[in-house]
Design a protein around this ligand. Structure first.
Ligand SMILES: Cc1ncc(COP(=O)(O)O)c(C=O)c1O
Length: 370
């Protein structure tokens, strides 16, 4: 039985009536850009993230770009981040004219190492972008302590609704950062039926600026305080996302249950390291990512047997050709480089049946002769 890496049709089948009704409301209103449904979603995401403000935008990449512009990151500035992430995290640093500074990751969680971020700080450092990778938060309070006074943009594209216990209190992804950013790309735990993104903040001034920046830099139509972007969330996406949001907690819980099932089954297999979740974190498992001996062979073995899988990410960003101008050499971020050679993500989506989970496990076991 083939098992896809992700099956969006299986999820759609469970919510079709709610989502189609929400979409038809927008179609009938013929009001497609921003408007009351986007504002409703902004209120809902702010509430979920324990933030005062949420501002919708066109996608998670723009959310980062707008956040950097709102914090005045630009020419002559450095922005510290992790090389083990999706390209957008660093591409946006480059695109605001700043210099990405890559520091290594914690090999257990794949998230940025706070002490490495602290060591990379210079007089030109303007911000740090920790990424909440694969569904678990980076140690945001440690990053903030390691970089006192520095604005933090938390790239929570993969991690909406994840939380971390800090001093005995649950803190949500996006809550503590200067600006937190989300993506509603369809493969995310809360995915739209197209592109979408959101920025969250506790700061009224930043919220107002982010709102201006997503509309060509003007608070009032045809008057522009600064040059911004066209990066609006459309009402159809907001309607879909608001219809899906009440299901998010249950979907993420099912992903955690799937992860626990895999990790138990893989525990005894030499050659596999199951994901490590920091005990302070509750992950939403946007990905279930193992480290595997003979990873490339395992990948083709699974592929040949119809088991979906993917390598997130095969080449760390500090070694990408487009960043050759920065001068990083192999060995500069050894843990990110090792992870790139060992990781493999397996199907984890909430609609997986027990039979499908067992099918994945059986083939992984077979590869290691168990
Ligand atoms: C870590 C990370 N940052 C940023 C993005 C960019 O989001 P989007 O694809 O919505 O532009 C993504 C998602 O694809 C991501 O995984």
């Amino acid at each position: 039985m083939p098992v896809p890496l992700l099956d969006l049709k299986a999820q759609h089948a469970t919510i079709r009536d709610e989502v189609v009704a929400a979409m038809m409301q927008v179609v009938d209103s013929q009001a497609f850009i921003l408007g009351p449904l986007v504002e409703k979603l902004e209120r809902e995401v702010a509430e979920l993230s324990h933030t005062k403000y949420a501002i919708g935008c066109a996608n998670g990449t723009d959310a980062l770009l707008l956040a950097m512009r709102a914090l005045d990151c630009g020419r002559d500035d450095e922005v510290i981040t992790t090389p083990f992430t999706f390209f957008a995290t660093a591409g946006t640093i480059h695109n605001v004219g700043a210099t990405p500074v890559f520091v290594d990751i914690d090999p257990a969680t794949f998230n940025i190492l706070p002490e490495a971020a602290a060591a990379a700080r210079t007089s030109r450092t303007k911000a740090c972008v920790p990424v909440d990778l694969f569904g678990q938060m980076a140690p945001i309070e440690q990053v903030m302590q390691a970089l006192p006074g520095l604005p933090i943009i938390e790239d929570a594209a993969q991690t909406i609704g994840a939380r971390r216990s800090i001093d005995g209190e649950w803190r949500m992804a996006g809550e503590l950062a200067t600006i937190g950013t989300f993506s509603f790309f369809p493969s995310k735990n809360l995915g739209g039926y197209g592109d979408g993104g959101m920025m969250v903040t506790q700061d009224e001034g930043l919220a107002a600026r982010l709102k201006r920046l997503r509309m060509h830099g003007g608070a009032k139509q045809y008057f522009h305080d600064e040059v911004g972007f066209n990066s609006r969330l459309d009402a159809l996406q907001a309607a879909v996302l608001s219809a899906k949001l009440p299901h998010l907690a249950a979907w993420s819980a099912k992903r955690r249950a799937n992860a626990a099932y895999y990790s138990k089954a893989f525990a005894g297999i030499d050659g596999i390291t199951v994901p490590t979740i920091d005990p302070a974190n509750e992950s939403i498992f946007n990905q279930y990512t193992i480290r595997a001996d003979r990873r490339d062979q395992l990948q083709s073995f699974l592929k040949d047997r119809g088991i979906g899988n993917a390598i997130y990410y095969p080449l760390p960003l500090h070694l990408q050709p487009c960043f050759a101008y920065l001068g990083y050499k192999p060995g500069s971020c050894p843990e990110a480089e090792r992870a790139a050679g060992e990781v493999l993500s397996l199907p984890i989506y909430p609609e997986l049946t027990n039979a499908q989970l067992d099918e994945v496990i059986q083939h992984v076991r077979a590869f290691y002769g168990r």
